[in-house]
Design a protein around this ligand. Structure first.
Ligand code: AHR
Length: 513
């Protein structure tokens, strides 16, 4: 009897004076078959605020390393996290963008008003050639969103021809005259954006028919098969997914889903990026965890029409959307990025990894200076946000085999409401190493996990952690190193088990080999 009593006590950890039972987790490598597509780790750059202009693309006079006007310190930072794809030019902007305005001599390019984002002038100096040069420098795949809302079928067809054909034609000769002889062979092709809203306020039936028309004439050229992506649902609009799958599934490679985490849940007053209570933080995480339900329910609908899961669910806009930083242009969507953002990123990426049978592409909104950014800039200064560091921790999952994770999470309790405190995903890479990413969203409680790894032979574990004293902690231009990755030593082998003491409000990445 005493033996069992001691074993029980051993399985408890002391937490804020209270004993918490350790959480039993199983990560079984027996039948690991699904690949976590690297494209889940994609990003998004719209002509919005300071993402493209004064972000990627800067003034000739700015004193930073540049190729043409592309900022190379940004390129280097993005290469480090292995950005697999970049979505461009929008967003809402895509459905007002006319690609021929963005080619040829820059001085002669027409100007337009960016009606969606602040009504500012767009000089079209960053266009097709500049974007594809940027992707080449980052070493990522371009994902271009074509204009359905205000563009024609012919305009989209000609853009694809300009990009991908190697036969002689007016379009390909023009491409050569503009400096690019060889086709770029762009693969990922969005047919409109948010066609239920800023992309034309359409019904799903109308868009499904239009989608097929535009997608038909966006041709496959020899050696350049397009991966056509249809504009999908807004959050829980399950009917949109149903109609698109019923009417057009066989014409698409992917169908999108957009979902933003709004801290208060109120688009009129979204909440500050840097000043929030624990109750608001709890609400934010609830809205973030809703992605699990969204992905599951949209996938279930897709399963009915596509049981072999050929069509990808592409979550090509996600992230936290707060009020803008005080004093900044409300149309520019500039927001700071705190430890809370990191917990949102870690949690969402764990959800995508765990649904990688269906979710095969995702794009965080947006890369620089807009919404949940990876990078913020001020003049020639640059800082890496807590969110950037999560992508650095998680890059090990790219193209690795998903391992199923089984456990029952303890609750994170605030004002009588509860959420699962812990979320986890795991994978095995091509060299046989196992990677486990864990998030503890609880603001105050450390949680101990005892992880069993059937079908994995291992001897050592190494860990890294992202946390900070406060949920509201941010990196600033004065102090860019407040929320950064540190070594994590509270993961140990005990017998056959991996015991992890997971601190409150942290993202941890473990490598087991
Ligand atoms: O990412 C900002 C905007 O959010 C995009 O332009 C649009 O697609 C979405 O509503």
């Amino acid at each position: 009897m005493m033996k069992y009593f001691f074993a029980f006590c051993f399985a408890l950890t002391i937490n804020n004076g209270f004993a918490q039972p350790a959480v039993a987790v199983t990560i079984d490598a027996t039948n690991a078959q699904t690949t976590i597509s690297r494209h889940i780790y994609g990003h998004f750059a719209e002509h919005l605020g300071r993402c493209v202009y004064d972000g990627f693309w800067v003034a000739d006079t700015l004193n930073v390393p540049k190729k043409d006007r592309i900022r190379l310190d940004i390129v280097e930072a993005l290469k480090k996290i292995q950005v697999p794809n970049l979505r461009w030019p929008g967003g809402c902007f895509a459905d007002e963008y006319h690609w021929r305005d963005g080619i040829g001599q820059r001085k002669q390019r027409p100007q337009m008003v960016n009606t969606n984002w602040g009504g500012v002038s767009e000089d079209n100096s960053f266009g097709t050639h500049e974007f594809l040069e940027l992707c080449k420098l980052i070493n990522c795949e371009p994902y271009i969103a074509g204009n359905v809302g205000s563009g024609t079928v012919e305009e989209m067809a000609k853009w694809v021809e300009y990009l991908n054909s190697d036969a002689k034609s007016t379009m390909t000769v023009l491409r050569g005259e503009n400096g690019q002889q060889q086709p770029w062979r762009v693969k990922y092709w969005g047919v409109g954006n948010e066609s239920w809203g800023c992309g034309g306020n359409m019904t799903p039936d109308y868009y499904a028919d239009l989608y097929k028309r535009y997608a038909t004439y966006a041709r496959d050229y020899p050696g350049s098969q397009l991966y056509r992506i249809a504009s999908g649902a807004n959050s829980s609009d399950y009917n949109w997914t149903e109609v698109l799958m019923k009417k057009a599934a066989r014409h698409m490679w992917g169908l999108t889903l957009h979902h933003y985490t709004v801290p208060t849940g109120n688009w009129g007053k979204k909440g500050s990026a840097t000043a929030f209570s624990e109750a608001e933080y709890f609400n934010t995480m609830k809205n973030c965890l809703y992605m699990e339900e969204l992905v599951s329910r949209h996938s279930t609908i897709m399963d009915q029409y596509d049981p072999s899961r050929r069509v990808a669910l592409v979550v090509d806009e996600w992230g936290v959307w707060t009020d803008v930083e005080p004093g900044t242009n409300p149309g520019f969507l500039y927001q700071q990025n705190s430890l809370r953002d990191a917990l949102i990123a870690g949690t969402t990426l764990n959800i995508f990894n765990n649904h990688s049978e269906r979710v095969r592409m995702a794009n965080l909104a947006q890369t620089i200076n807009v919404l949940q950014s990876l990078i913020l800039t001020k003049g020639n200064q640059l800082l890496l946000t807590p969110t950037y560091h999560v992508f650095e921790l998680y890059k090990v999952h790219q193209d690795a085999k998903k391992l199923p994770v089984n456990f029952s999470s303890p609750d994170y309790l605030v004002e009588g409401k509860k959420l699962p405190a812990v979320n986890i995903s795991a994978s095995k890479d091509s060299t046989g190493n196992t990677h486990i990413t864990l998030v503890n969203i609880d603001a105050t409680k450390t949680i101990t996990l005892r992880i069993n790894l059937p079908a994995t032979t291992w001897t050592t574990v190494q860990g890294r952690i992202l946390t900070a004293p406060a949920l509201t902690d941010v990196n600033t231009f004065e102090n860019p190193g407040k929320v950064i990755i540190q070594k994590f030593s509270a993961a140990k082998k005990e017998g056959n088990e991996l015991v992890v003491v997971l601190p409150a409000k942290s993202v941890v990445a473990l490598q087991v080999r």
